[in-house]
Design a protein around this ligand. Sequence first.
Ligand code: SAT
Ligand code: MN
Length: 608
Amino acid sequence: MYSNEVVLHWLSEVIELTEPKDIVYLDGSEEEYKRLIREAIESSELIELNQDKLPGCFYHRSNVNDVARSENLTFICTDKKEDAGPTNNWMNPKEAYKKLSKLFKGSMRGRTMYVIPYLLGPKDSPFTKVGFEVTDSIYVALSMRIMTKVGQIAIECLGNSKDFVRGLHSKGDLDPNKRFICHFPNDTTIWSIGSDYGGNALLSKKCFSLRIASFIGKKEGWLAEHMMILGIENPQGDRKYIAAAFPSSCGKTNLAMLNLPEIFKKRGYKVWTVGDDIAWLRIGDDGRLWAVNPENGFFGVAPGTSMKSNPNAFKMIQKDTIFTNVALKKDLTVWWEGIGTDAPDDILDWKGDVFSKDSNTKAAHPNSRFTTPAKGCPIISDEWQNPNGVPISAILFGGRRAKLCPIVFEAFDFNHGVFMGATMASETTAAATGTVGTLRRDPMAMLPFCGYNMADYFSHWIDMGKKMSNPPKIYNVNWFRTDENGNYIWPGFGENFRIIKWILDRCHGDVSAIETKIGYVPSSSDVEFTGLSIDENIGKIIVDEDVLINKKVIEKFKELISIDENSWREEILSQDDFFNKFESLPLEIQEERLNLKNRLRIKELSKV
Ligand code: SAT
Ligand code: MN
């Protein structure tokens, strides 16, 4: 089988612990894929969908208590609690191994163990890392084949090295009381038990690509971020790349596969997807920041995805996709809220029950997902597997802020941008268990994903800035501002390109901006509004391709860039609550806090 002694030794330990009935070593071949799919259908883990309408697509229903990441059961296990920091759950590593060993003992009895060697990142690239996941879930095994590069390619890349992430996963009995997702950064080890949900069980994803990778990145001098990567090509054929961090379920996937407004298509602009969720970033010899998407597939939220909202995603999920917890139609195709049609009759909801349209429930779970290969994306960039990555011109931070944040503002400099990222906040969504719609601080959209003390993470960002002679410009964006009636003012989705175009013009030094106390905002004369008008009933900006210039749109846009200083003063108090958790905030962040307070004349609070 494998010749790497360290791998063999580790495998013998986990086999002895979990006592599987038999073991399957994944090689990544087509033949293996067909066999696993057949087995998953036989054991009812997957339902075969209508192969005429959705070729290569399958359906999975999870346990009803296992539908999102379990952040309260996720732990960083470092020797010292302060190394995990005040924003992570911490467990002593010895205690964690002991506690979880009891749960893993014999957990695979009567079950098959799948051993999955996988590669994160392009082949033959300095960015690339190897992981192993051992799991008793065929759903996980099949999903990992979509999300990573599985099999021989990883074995070859690893060779005799002991430098790989050791991931052990068992469904256990899916009891939330016996569910733990533990990370041991010093051992590059992940142990996850009791959940079969993507973010808890696909250990390549948040566990390795973000938590363990951010820890490694701090040591090795690079960044692992919760960011999508998008390429923008102008009519002359020049390409620029942006990376953007948003909390889960805030439109990262839509931005990553952005559908250009007609006016820009006509002018010859194009966009290219590089990644939808995770970016690994290194400083290049040229002093710029370069990024790769370490993953191989997209694990996106289904509800709200339609031919209108995200045609590229919608096209890509018509084949070779696993759907989880969406609704099932009689003809063995799928449906979800926001797919663009009314709920058909006779559908089964995500729990498998007949769906009643009159009930107050949703047919698809709000965090139902599609797992689909990146190469199926109609606009996947031909650079997405470039071993050198792509150079990043701008970083966008964002979230859902119904009020407060203007649609876009630019940092005064890199450190101010890091501060902007550190003070990100968003109204919560269904991607994690817990209340939906309350405001939570989520620095760089990494709150649940940073594998070490977040104060040290801020320092690492500041240090990275110091090492770059040509750092990216940093922006905060907010597509979700609402009016006094709670309606979104901005149409969002592809129309966000209008803001991205301004950002790129700023990066080239082509346009000026208005200086405010929180950063630079666009002058409305520098944003393209052709093709937009106003819905007179609700006063919202809407797409109307025939319109050339609509003065009311320009007026409305002023609302979107307006800054209410009193609300910002309140915001600063809430930022203080968050920052006061940390004992060792970098000086540069403290300076930025003070500067902002001074700009807003909050003298009495300036005691940081
Ligand atoms: O659930 S995942 O963590 O895999 C996806 C997400 O929440 O961003
Ligand atoms: Mn994510």
